[in-house]
Design a protein around this ligand. Structure first.
Ligand code: BEZ
Length: 211
């Protein structure tokens, strides 16, 4: 069965490029990003893992732990990590799961047989500290993901987890947000002392509350 938003992310123990890891222990109280790629020693995947390593400070700042996955072996991952470090000018500093029996790929719905009978597609899951799944995306093998978009979604999730707001189209950290529909307009001044604009009764904006 496919995972859906709000579901609890299944725990697992896995062989990785950094040894055997229990997923929940690895995450601890952090947010998590778990993402699959089709295969080691492939060009798009090389750039994706390089970009993820280059963004390490951004993930740390947001209290996010990252873990990648492919169905190749630990030995293959280790050789490939050397190539990524060399060609992308980074140090890969997160584990890559060797899901050779595809059990984790199956549990997370990373195998899309009509797209590829052998490899995982580019799936990505954002997991909250309570282990619930907050975002699921699946990209085809030929399209590398936009990791700025992943950071943007994490910013939105972390903001909306603590404030009664939602983030509009193309929102970026620091920009105005929309007041949650559940908040009555007459209650906005007390909850959002920075002020608000009522564009329509259902469309109220306010400066980002935690900035
Ligand atoms: C890549 O990562 O470059 C890739 C992997 C599978 C199919 C196409 C591209």
């Amino acid at each position: 069965m496919m995972l859906r938003l709000g579901d609890v992310a299944p725990n697992f123990k896995a062989k990785t490029s950094e040894g055997e890891i229990d997923f929940y222990e690895y995450l601890g109280d952090s947010w998590g990003v778990l993402f699959s790629h089709p295969a080691d020693y492939t060009p798009v995947c090389t750039t994706e893992l390089g970009r993820t390593a280059a963004l390490n400070d951004e993930f740390v700042k947001r209290n996010v732990k990252v873990m990648a996955l492919s169905v190749d072996s630990v030995e293959s991952h280790k050789g490939w990590i050397s190539d990524i470090n060399e060609t992308q000018g980074v140090e890969v500093n997160f584990p890559i799961i060797a899901d050779e029996d595809k059990s984790i790929s199956e549990a997370y719905g990373m195998l899309h047989p009509n797209a590829s009978t052998t490899f995982t597609v580019r799936s990505l899951f954002i997991i909250a500290p309570d282990k619930t799944v907050k975002l699921i995306i699946s990209y085809p093998a030929s399209t590398g993901r936009n990791f700025q978009e992943i950071l943007r979604v994490i910013d939105s999730l972390q903001l909306t987890a603590y404030h009664s707001v939602a983030t509009p189209a193309d929102w970026k950290d620091g920009e105005d947000v929309v007041v949650a529909p559940a908040i009555k307009t007459e209650d906005i001044p007390a909850k959002f002392p920075k002020g608000f604009k009522e564009i329509k009764p259902y469309l109220r904006t306010t400066p980002q509350p935690n900035k």
